[in-house]
Write a protein that binds this ligand. Sequence first.
Ligand SMILES: C[S@@+](CC[C@H](N)C(=O)[O-])C[C@H]1O[C@@H](n2cnc3c(N)ncnc32)[C@H](O)[C@@H]1O
Length: 259
Amino acid sequence: MSKFYRITSYISYWLDAINIHSLQAPFIYELYKNILVNNKNTSQYASIEKIREKFKASEHSIDVEDFGSGSQKNSNSRRRITDIASHGITKRKYSVIMEQMIRYMKCTNVLELGTSLGINALYLSLYRNCTVTTFEGSGSLANIANELLEDQRENVQVIEGNIDDTLPHFLEQSDKLDFVYFDANHRYNATLKYYDLCLRKSHNTTCFVFDDIHLTPEMEKAWIWIKNHYQVTLTIDLYQIGIVFINPDLSKQHYVLEL
Ligand SMILES: C[S@@+](CC[C@H](N)C(=O)[O-])C[C@H]1O[C@@H](n2cnc3c(N)ncnc32)[C@H](O)[C@@H]1O
């Protein structure tokens, strides 16, 4: 069911996707040209990718607590690090897009829901003027991420525990959010609940990014709900991720873009 669903949802995306020649509005044109299709390569990205490769080559396994996150692979609690690094985390292309967006929009308060090994948090925290808070429920993954991030960055912290508990608590004490990446619990109710909580701390130029928007019918439904939310103006569907702006100065439009 899920493989078939992914194929049909990809075909549907591919049929709808447009490229830069069809874009006229300046904001989306600039974003697409400068960030989304601009495949930048820096030595910093290369050193993060070396760490990814090390994890991929690992022969270790760890126990991972299952939070009912809707993952389509490996619901067992014993997980091989190589499998997590190969299939369970954000691909370089999307991490680079987010890193570039944070820099371009000069985001200072960045959240990531779902840390895993901490690879994507390394990308998100490359822009030194931002503080990244990343949330992870699995103790063993949080330990790995903490070790990695402690060595590499001062502007990132891992909050361990179930996001259902840790996120509301964190938001009570936090300022406005500039950028949030939703990559933990890929369920309809959880996605909308976390979105609603973060929206309360948003401002006009806050950007939300949702992972796996077409993973399952449930995530597809959540994506449609978010696109139709009255505060949402511009959305960008890149198939793997969906980008959401709530800026009232942008006209309400939903783009499906080729990468
Ligand atoms: C897809 S992985 C995150 C990958 C990471 N963002 C990256 O790209 O490197 C999702 C993570 O979210 C965590 N997770 C899922 N549901 C959670 C919850 N309710 N509370 C805390 N963590 C959760 C899982 O343990 C898993 O490590």
